[in-house]
Design a binder for this molecule. Structure first.
Ligand code: SAH
Ligand code: SF4
Length: 360
């Protein structure tokens, strides 16, 4: 049965659900296939994106997230622009190729201007050589345009779940949290010309395998260029924590995430897929396992060490005491062991995106 499915050109929703349900023997066959598809379509190069989590101040109240506005149990921080630029310079000097700027969601003119200015300065300090991904939530089309013009060329905005009902179990239903708006944002990003990435959390309470299959089909249908998806990890200071008894054990959420990544690689052979940090919160070599079965992007945390402890979206966040330099050495060794090569100094743009552009 599994071989029949893996040999098909087009996978149906039922096929996807079958693959999500596979037992140990069959899932290893799936992983072998997804590794082959990766090798054939994009090769074994892994690209680095130095991740700068520059602020945990957030105006939103997503029910799952540890830095949500209403969580009073954390210390809020906002790294100074000069220190953000130092981190970007570190990434440039370390030959990382790209950086990612991520933070809680803030939407106002001052923030738009601040980011615009930072983007221009990062381009300047790297002679236009650093690629820049941003992940700053839902913004107006105008703001997305300004940031694109200032030098950002990739944007990550996870849909979190493509099931509208489930979306509203994970978020309050109000003007700040609107499912349609999130989809609109993704469309706007694409229209403007960003390489557009989305993703989901895997193992949410109330989420079914049918939901996950729909999520994968959603990604294929809106034709994303990149994906970052990871396991949901409960955080005790969030409203969703009360449903923790409904969750799969962490190891099962981990395996389910690997399967979801592998299936996405089959569905979209030449997109960029990130090995999410949350994988490493469950398994020390979780990200390397993801690289082996289909992922090709890794986002080493280059946030200055003293702030890492405060950007806790979930519990057990790995390496919170490390400094960026420690990470580099540790990662280089890990990636070599996973049989992948590192695309030093390269942007590692989504091949899917490049081909689309070429075609039109
Ligand atoms: N504020 C921006 C970017 C920061 S949050 C935004 O929301 O888009 C980045 C991602 O962290 C979110 O998209 C979400 O998928 C993930 N995240 C938040 N809480 C999490 C949790 N408890 N477990 C796993 N991932 C989580
Ligand atoms: Fe804020 Fe993003 Fe966390 Fe939602 S997921 S609370 S928008 S940081």
């Amino acid at each position: 049965m599994i071989y029949n499915i893996l040999n098909k050109k087009i996978l149906t929703k039922d096929d996807i659900i079958y693959l999500l349900k596979t037992d140990k023997t069959e899932r290893n066959i799936l992983f072998k296939k997804s590794a082959e598809v990766k090798q054939k379509s994009i090769g074994n190069k892994v690209y680095y994106r130095g991740l700068i989590e520059f602020s945990n101040i957030c105006e939103k109240n997503c029910y799952y997230c540890g830095i949500r506005k209403s969580n009073k149990n954390i210390k809020r921080y906002n790294i100074l622009d000069d220190d953000i630029l130092k981190s970007a310079k570190f990434a440039f000097d370390a030959n990382y190729g790209s950086v990612v700027l991520q933070s809680g969601e803030i939407a106002n003119d001052k923030f738009t201007r601040r980011i615009e200015n930072l983007l221009k300065k990062i381009k300047l300090l790297s002679n236009n050589k650093l690629g820049i991904t941003i992940s700053l939530g839902e913004q107006t089309e105008e703001t997305y345009k300004r940031w694109f013009k200032a030098g950002a060329h990739r944007y990550l905005l996870r849909i979190e779940t493509s099931n509208r009902n489930l979306y509203y179990k994970m978020h309050p239903e109000n003007k700040n949290h609107n499912f349609n708006n999130r989809i609109n944002c993704l469309q706007n990003l694409k229209k403007i010309g960003y390489q557009t990435g989305t993703g989901i959390m895997i193992g949410l309470p109330f989420q079914s395998l049918s939901d996950l299959a729909d999520d994968l089909i959603f990604m294929k249908n809106i034709d994303i260029d990149m994906c970052g998806m990871g396991p949901y990890i409960e955080h005790k200071d969030t409203p969703l924590y009360k449903y923790r008894n409904l969750l799969l054990p962490l190891e099962e959420r981990f395996i389910l995430t690997l399967k979801t990544i592998a299936i996405l690689r089959l569905l979209m052979p030449n997109i960029n897929i990130a090995a999410a940090t949350a994988l490493q919160a469950i398994d020390k070599i979780g990200r390397e396992k993801a690289l082996k079965i289909g992922a090709n992007i890794i986002m080493p945390n280059i946030t200055p060490g003293k702030f890492r402890n405060h950007y806790k979206l979930y519990e057990n966040k790995p390496c919170i005491d490390d400094e960026p330099d420690d990470c580099k050495q540790c990662l280089d060794a890990r990636i070599a062991i996973s049989g992948n090569k590192i695309g030093y100094g390269e942007w590692g743009d989504s091949l899917h995106f490049k081909k689309k552009k070429y075609f039109f």
